[in-house]
Design a protein around this ligand. Structure first.
Ligand code: AMP
Ligand code: ZN
Length: 115
């Protein structure tokens, strides 16, 4: 997708602080972190939102959650806890129209909604 900021990060056209990458998934630090750990997990295939996910993506979505799990353990926040957020559409405040999963942790996140 030409004008998609995350597609540009995937292509290396915009720099990012990469935490993980494989053929299908990239994870990088959020540029405007809301917690000590704030990492975005992004499928390399451009999908606008959760609404684009179908059964054909079952393995991909499962792998994203496994990688979130691995990174949370690597960073030690498996012991303290963490939150995974997917914003979908306007009311959720989805700013970037490329599916992504926020991993947040490293502090007490409280019970308030993320946005
Ligand atoms: P959302 O509101 O769920 O669409 O979240 C988009 C997230 O992308 C926000 O938390 C932004 O801070 C983050 N973001 C936007 N541009 C960049 C970038 N170039 N590098 C890293 N994170 C970004
Ligand atoms: Zn994209």
């Amino acid at each position: 997708m030409e004008d998609c900021i995350f597609c540009k990060i995937i292509k290396g056209e915009i720099p990012s602080e990469k935490v993980y990458e494989d053929d299908e998934i990239i994870a990088f630090k959020d540029i405007n972190p809301e917690a000590p750990v704030h990492i975005l997990f992004v499928p390399k295939k451009h999908m606008e939102s959760l609404l684009d996910v179908t059964e054909a993506d079952a393995d991909l979505i499962s792998r994203i959650y496994q990688k979130i799990n691995d990174v949370a353990k690597d960073l030690g926040i498996d012991k303290t806890g963490f939150r995974v957020i997917v914003n979908c559409g306007e009311d959720a405040g989805q700013l970037v129209k490329h599916l992504h999963f926020h991993l947040l942790g490293g502090k007490k996140l409280g019970s308030k909604l993320i946005k």
